[in-house]
Design a protein around this ligand. Structure first.
Ligand code: 4NP
Length: 156
């Protein structure tokens, strides 16, 4: 069983979207994998995903309404195999919490799965419009397809 963790700042926009998209693909492809999401910050602990994130995913028949925001814990390094960050700021914050090289190696920027080595950010749609949430969806959908291919190659 491969365990994947999606991380952003607030855990109400990008990472719950990535979790919902990845869960849907895990089901479609029958993968032996699990996915969760969390934030680096604690502002939205216990909150539902932003309504615009929920709406964008609902248009794709993906329901993320039951997710509740939580903050990253150091123990997550033990629980997850792949830890995907949405932007450079999240990435640096999580790497700063790594206890050793094994922890560090689990952390990757999610868009590096489709643009290797470019360190591109998933833009934060929080202060944007519904169309920014759609752009976020499109980027994450493509990145999650690449993660599906990667998990399939692991033959777990
Ligand atoms: P997220 O977006 O990191 O994609 O969930 C944000 C949500 C809330 C805030 C910032 C970013 N905030 O400052 O409350």
């Amino acid at each position: 069983m491969i365990k994947i963790l999606m991380i952003c700042l607030g855990n109400i926009c990008r990472s719950p979207m990535a979790e919902g998209i990845m869960k849907s693909k895990i089901m479609q492809h029958g993968l032996n994998a699990e996915v969760d999401s969390c934030g680096t910050a604690n502002y939205h602990v216990g909150d539902s995903p932003d309504y615009r994130a929920q709406k964008t995913l609902k248009n794709q028949q993906i329901d993320i309404s039951s997710h509740l925001g939580r903050q990253f814990q150091v123990e997550d390094f033990d629980k997850f195999d792949f830890i995907y960050t949405m932007d450079e700021s999240n990435h640096n914050n999580i790497l700063a919490l790594a206890r050793n090289a094994a922890d560090q190696q689990k952390v990757k920027m999610i868009l590096d799965e489709i643009y290797p080595g470019k360190n591109l950010d998933v833009p934060d749609p929080y202060y944007g419009s519904l169309s920014d949430f759609q752009s976020t969806f499109n980027l994450l959908d493509e990145a999650c397809d690449a993660i599906v291919d990667k998990v399939k190659k692991l033959k777990v």
